[in-house]
Design a protein around this ligand. Structure first.
Ligand code: AOF
Ligand code: ZN
Length: 366
């Protein structure tokens, strides 16, 4: 018989391997795999950057390199092994060939090309399967991949920094720095794990930000997304350097788009009835282009639009222990007349980072 506490211990290790590739696997999910023979770890691995081997193949290779046989072993993997030919061949084929006695997974693969077939193929080959070990941790690790597979759009978190009274800038525009270095570094961790960092033209014109990852080390810079309804972006904006940028506009300017295209910048015109960028259409466009997680960081106007249109799944709030009185709000939202009109959130995590608080909250279904 298997000891459930062993299953938890090895799955925890597989999850931490997946955590170790948090910044690098997009658009693929982060997956970790551990192979155990007679209570001894004989191989482990994690998903390689897109087009490279999956976690299971890395772990099987690791076992082989150590001269270990996987026959009769237990394989712990944080996601159901794939059963399809994508950019790489099916992991179930490699597993069946290696003949472990048992495969333990945390969560099924929501990819419709897999979706249970991986487990079915393992069982058909006589391999025992246990599913659902540390399921919630596995779900959190790939929240964007799951959202894209289920609903076709990415998971978006909106990062905002403010005083305790919710002010994100002084009336004269000064906003650097409300929160301290620990909160800023944490913000860069969230940028680094995202597939794309999104901001608006207001922020570009006011601050000329780079919108890249600097405070944490990463081999991959996220893509950048600029929302620019009137297509006003200056050609020397710092955001346009570095990782490739996608610009969404509501105004055609073929000549300017051509100049940007030469620099690898894709401009897409997606106007709504009011002459702004159609944010719902943009989210669908991003889903079709394999964006799992969007880190949004903008000014009060775009923040308000993203919230109002239901693009935002999660708030990532950094709260500095100060009061500013007057100043810009975190987000410009319509005036309400009754409390039950307010969008509600559920706190998922609260912690102190340096002098500041970080509050995470997920949107409640309305
Ligand atoms: C696994 N192990 O480590 C990952 C899996 O194009 P491919 O061949 O890289 O396949 C990508 C799909 O494979 C992805 O959409 C998801 O369904 C699954 N990811 N599967 O067995 C892994 N990253
Ligand atoms: Zn695979």
């Amino acid at each position: 018989m298997h000891d459930p506490s062993d299953d938890l211990m090895w799955m925890r290790r597989a999850l931490s391997l997946a955590e170790g590739v948090l910044y690098t696997t997009t658009p693929n999910p982060r997956v970790g795999c551990v192979i155990v023979q007679g209570g001894r770890l004989i191989g482990e691995g994690a998903t390689q950057p897109v087009g490279g081997p999956h976690a299971e193949v890395m772990a099987l290779r690791d076992a082989q390199a150590r001269g270990e046989s996987v026959a009769g072993a237990t394989v712990y993997v944080t996601l159901e092994p794939c059963s399809h030919y994508g950019r790489t061949p099916p992991c179930v084929d490699a597993l069946v060939a290696a003949a472990p006695a048992r495969v333990v997974i945390a969560m099924g693969d929501p990819n419709p090309q897999v979706n249970g077939q991986g487990l079915a193929r393992l069982r058909a080959a006589g391999i025992a399967v246990t599913a659902g070990v540390l399921l919630d941790d596995a779900l959190a690790l790939n929240i964007g991949f799951i959202a894209r597979m289920h609903r076709g759009t990415p998971w978006m978190w909106l990062k905002m920094a403010s005083s305790l009274d919710g002010r994100s800038a002084l009336p004269n525009g000064v906003s650097q720095w409300i929160t301290g270095p620990d909160a800023r570094a944490d913000g860069h961790h969230w940028r680094a794990r995202s597939c794309a960092v999104l901001t608006g033209i207001g922020t570009v014109l006011a601050d000329d930000p780079q919108m890249n990852v600097r405070a944490v080390s990463t081999p991959r810079q996220p893509r950048k997304i600029l929302l620019d309804s009137r297509f006003e972006v200056p050609l020397d904006a710092r955001l346009l350097d570095g990782a490739p940028t996608w610009i969404f506009t509501a105004r055609e300017d073929a000549a300017k788009a051509a100049v940007l295209a030469d620099r690898g910048i894709v401009v897409t015109c997606l106007p709504d009835a009011a002459g702004k960028v159609d944010l719902t259409a943009m989210m669908q466009w991003l889903g079709r282009h394999e964006i799992n997680e969007v880190h949004a960081e903008a000014g009060e106007k775009l923040n308000g639009s993203l919230l109002r249109t239901g693009c935002v799944d999660e708030l990532l709030l950094y709260l500095a222990p100060m009061l500013l009185g007057e100043g810009a709000a975190m987000a410009k939202l319509p005036v309400l007349t009754q409390l039950d009109q307010a969008q509600r959130y559920r706190y998922t995590d609260v912690r102190q980072l340096g002098d500041d608080l970080r509050v995470r909250a997920q949107v409640e279904a309305r």
